[in-house]
Design a binder for this molecule. Structure first.
Ligand SMILES: N/C(=C/C=C/C(=O)O)C(=O)O
Length: 140
């Protein structure tokens, strides 16, 4: 029997707009597009890199709640509305994913409101961090 776990993490929108921070289907873990807001205090920095830091904090906490971790991430989608913020944000994201190397999509397109400078969505596979990984390098 498939096991499905749905996690709400404190964003007021999770209830208002009927979504989960995480839906875990057996070992596959789908994390919603996550803002750089502290959901408890409702504080959010104006600085895009600080927001990215908080996005990772939120995602890591959510993954932990289902027995997973950032090292289990296999896919990432980074949304940065302002192209001018992309270099700094992606340098930070690159540091955080160093050695994890998930699949990645980056897009510079509008988010729900102008104060959101970055949002991050990931997919993880519980236990991926402990799996044997074959690294292949090709030249295209
Ligand atoms: N994308 C999101 C926006 C939420 C903002 C907020 O709680 O103010 C999210 O993280 O779900």
């Amino acid at each position: 029997m498939v096991k499905i776990t749905k996690v709400k993490s404190g964003s007021i929108f999770e209830t208002k707009e009927s979504y989960s921070r995480i839906v875990a289907v057996d070992n596959w873990i789908f994390v919603s597009n996550t803002a750089g807001r502290n959901y408890r205090t409702r504080e959010m920095s104006d600085d895009p890199v600080e927001q990215a830091r908080q996005c990772f904090h939120n995602i890591e906490g959510a993954l932990k709640s289902v027995g997973s971790c950032i090292e289990d991430v296999v896919q990432s989608r980074i949304f940065i509305p302002n192209v001018a913020d992309a270099r700094a944000v992606m340098d930070y994201v690159g540091e955080r994913f160093h050695g994890i190397d998930p699949q990645r999509t980056v897009t510079c397109s509008p988010l729900g409101a102008p104060e959101f400078k970055v949002e991050i969505e990931v997919t993880a596979y519980r236990g991926a961090s402990k799996a044997e990984v074959e690294h292949i390098e090709i030249s295209l």
